[in-house]
Ligand binder design. Structure first.
Ligand SMILES: Cc1cc2nc3c(=O)[nH]c(=O)nc-3n(C[C@H](O)[C@H](O)[C@H](O)COP(=O)(O)OP(=O)(O)OC[C@H]3O[C@@H](n4cnc5c(N)ncnc54)[C@H](O)[C@@H]3O)c2cc1C
Length: 261
């Protein structure tokens, strides 16, 4: 595909200070090629980006891009800078940043760039396209009922499906629940799963490890159900219930059904 060459030529020609890519399949493939070709700095999967003046190794740098992301298995949040390169690049996963409305929107300028195919572009041709729509769209769900390893079994997970059906939500899970086979991998929330921002996130039998929180802590309301009062999920939830999810979930459903009557 010619994207790499076209973008590399543009970066070499215009030398922008910053280039951002979506961490999509295409973006993840494209960014390292362009960064390598143009000798730029690149940080993948940033969860936050800031611009600041930085004092580093006795040198002062102005308006550097701070590329912030979890590192070392999510145990630290690293701020990465690439001060000695002219172009700073980062990829950002969909949904990790809040969508804000610009106070002073500007139109921007679109510049048409002529494209001359060369013989390299002819080496690869797309023979057929097959597009399969994703079966779940956790990102769009206003309510997510999530279960963790503490749910204990696939059968117990049925309670979560029942509750989600009742209140109009989607079911999701922690990685431990996915690894245990309680729920499908495309429903995993967290650092290596999907990042969600629903109106309500119900976390049942989920300890609240940092890697899980990375994918759900910006939910508008978080309700946690856990037998362990010390579980870290209670540090970030808005409402916490210390109890066995198998007892609490039927109570939720009863209360909701009564309210509907
Ligand atoms: C590089 C890396 C990436 C990762 N990415 C992700 C990710 O994307 N998403 C993710 O979720 N994890 C991820 N993890 C794993 C993460 O560190 C945790 O291991 C995982 O989130 C734990 O899942 P859990 O809370 O379901 O299980 P556990 O940690 O085993 O917690 C189970 C909880 O259930 C409670 N419990 C037990 N029985 C009941 C009951 N009957 N009722 C109510 N509560 C009960 C327990 O008190 C406990 O708090 C990642 C780890 C690494 C190293």
């Amino acid at each position: 595909m010619p994207y790499g060459r076209i973008l590399s030529d543009l970066v070499s020609q215009y030398r922008p200070r910053i280039v951002l890519y979506g961490a999509t399949f295409v973006g993840r493939d494209l960014a390292p090629r362009v960064a390598s070709f143009t000798r730029s700095g690149l940080t993948a999967d940033c969860t936050d980006l800031q611009i600041a003046d930085v004092s580093y190794l006795k040198k002062e740098y102005q308006d550097l891009l701070l590329q912030i992301r979890p590192a070392f298995g999510g145990n630290v949040i690293a701020t990465i800078i690439t001060p000695e390169v002219p172009v700073q690049m980062a990829t950002v996963r969909e949904g990790v940043m809040e969508r804000v409305t610009l106070e002073h929107p500007t139109e921007g300028t679109i510049t048409e760039v002529p494209y001359q195919p060369d013989e390299m572009a002819e080496l690869i041709s797309i023979v057929e396209r097959y597009r399969e729509e994703s079966k779940v769209n956790l990102k769009a769900a206003p309510i997510i009922v999530a279960g963790g390893y503490g749910m204990g079994s696939t059968e117990n997970f049925e309670l979560l499906h029942e509750l989600a059906d009742l209140i109009g939500g989607e079911v999701a899970g922690s990685r431990a629940a996915v690894d245990a086979g309680f729920i499908a991998p495309e429903r995993q929330v967290g650092q290596t799963g999907v990042t969600v921002r629903p109106k309500l996130y119900l976390a049942c039998g989920i300890s609240g490890a940092i890697q899980h929180r990375a994918g759900m802590q910006d939910a508008q309301k978080i309700i946690a159900v856990n037998t362990d009062p010390e579980a870290p999920i209670f540090d970030i939830c808005h409402y916490g219930i210390v109890g066995d999810a198998m007892d609490v979930l039927p109570m939720f459903m009863d209360a909701y059904r009564k309210k509907l009557r």
